[in-house]
Design a protein around this ligand. Structure first.
Ligand code: ADP
Ligand code: ASP
Ligand code: MG
Length: 287
């Protein structure tokens, strides 16, 4: 089996999601698909929380926009009989999200726990919707699986949960949200760091001894520099875990830095691939 992670841009629009559907449905082995929130959504959820704490009505307009954006994707891409049940499950999440903002407005203060809770809706919504877009996919709730302490994964508890859930899965495609987690002790929502969906995917790949971890993003591979800052940047075809770790530690955000270790320890190859140019070779990271 393999673990495929799709970042925010890769799941941000109807067209991007068509690519994701194509890539996942053309795999010839079992896959766990780890997804980020729709592109930009985590920042939007935080912005709305700040407005809600000031009792600013703009927070509710943002919630309406978020609802409309997800609904549009569902209307375009969720087919057949799934639609009614799907709409109800997603509507329940919209309702809970809206209530979370009402609670923030009422208390007129914004705590760390409030932020952790509202941002978690990004991946809760995206993973549920994407599980309905991909044929024969089963949704797994990351909040019931990933445990952390102070934003670092609690590997013991998490690996035990993975063994009980994904480890027993016999279907073709499992879909789960990246980044989101519950605190090991308090069980409150407490997520991994920003960009942490890569890390979720690495933890799952390691726990399940995956054949590969594929990071699907919006560039052709791991490059010599950030192509947004250096027009001469080129794709590195192959690199070692150590080389990748060094570049990530120096700020190459194409992979979230803590991602490398769990897969390097098990010698699981990492591929960095482009969702929007799926025939490009990408980058292979091994030892
Ligand atoms: P995702 O939403 O898929 O997780 P990110 O925005 O986190 O995507 O990471 C992909 C981005 O990382 C690219 O669009 C690119 O601008 C940036 N980036 C920074 N350094 C590098 C690098 N060395 N190679 C490739 N991309 C890089
Ligand atoms: N949605 C989260 C973020 O924007 C996690 C991720 O995308 O990896 O930071
Ligand atoms: Mg990222």
């Amino acid at each position: 089996m393999k673990v495929l992670k799709f970042g925010g841009t890769s799941v941000g629009t109807v067209d991007a999601l068509r690519n994701v559907k194509h890539i996942v449905e053309h795999q010839d082995e079992q896959v766990v698909v780890v997804v980020s929130a729709l592109g930009g959504l985590t920042d939007t959820l935080i912005k709305a929380a700040n407005l809600a704490a000031k009792n600013d009505i703009a927070a509710y307009r943002i919630v309406q926009d978020i609802t409309a954006r997800h609904s549009e994707i569902m209307n375009q891409l969720v087919e057949g009989e799934a639609i009614d049940d799907a709409l109800n499950r997603v509507r329940a999440l919209f309702y809970e999200l809206s209530n979370a903002y009402t609670d923030i407005s009422r208390s007129e203060e914004l705590t760390e726990a409030d932020i952790e809770e509202v941002v978690s809706y990004g991946e809760r919504l995206s993973s549920l919707i994407i599980s309905l877009i991909i044929s024969n996919a089963t949704h797994f709730n990351s909040l019931e699986i990933i445990r952390s302490n102070n934003h670092e994964c609690d590997l013991e508890a998490t690996n035990a949960n993975i063994a009980k859930t994904l480890g027993k899965f016999k279907g073709k495609v499992a879909v789960m949200g990246g980044f989101i987690s519950r605190d090991s002790k308090s069980r409150r929502i407490s997520n991994l760091g920003r960009g942490g969906s890569d890390y979720t995917a690495a933890i799952v790949a390691s726990a399940l001894n995956a054949n590969a971890l594929e990071i699907w993003t919006d560039v052709d591979g791991f490059m010599t520099a950030d192509p947004k800052e250096d027009a001469n940047a080129t794709v590195i075809r192959q690199m070692t875990y150590d080389q990748a770790q060094q570049m990530c530690d120096s700020g190459a955000k194409v992979i979230y830095a803590p991602t490398i270790k769990p897969v390097a320890e098990k010698k699981i190859p990492i591929w960095v691939k482009n969702t929007f140019n799926r025939t490009a070779l990408g980058t292979l990271i091994t030892d």
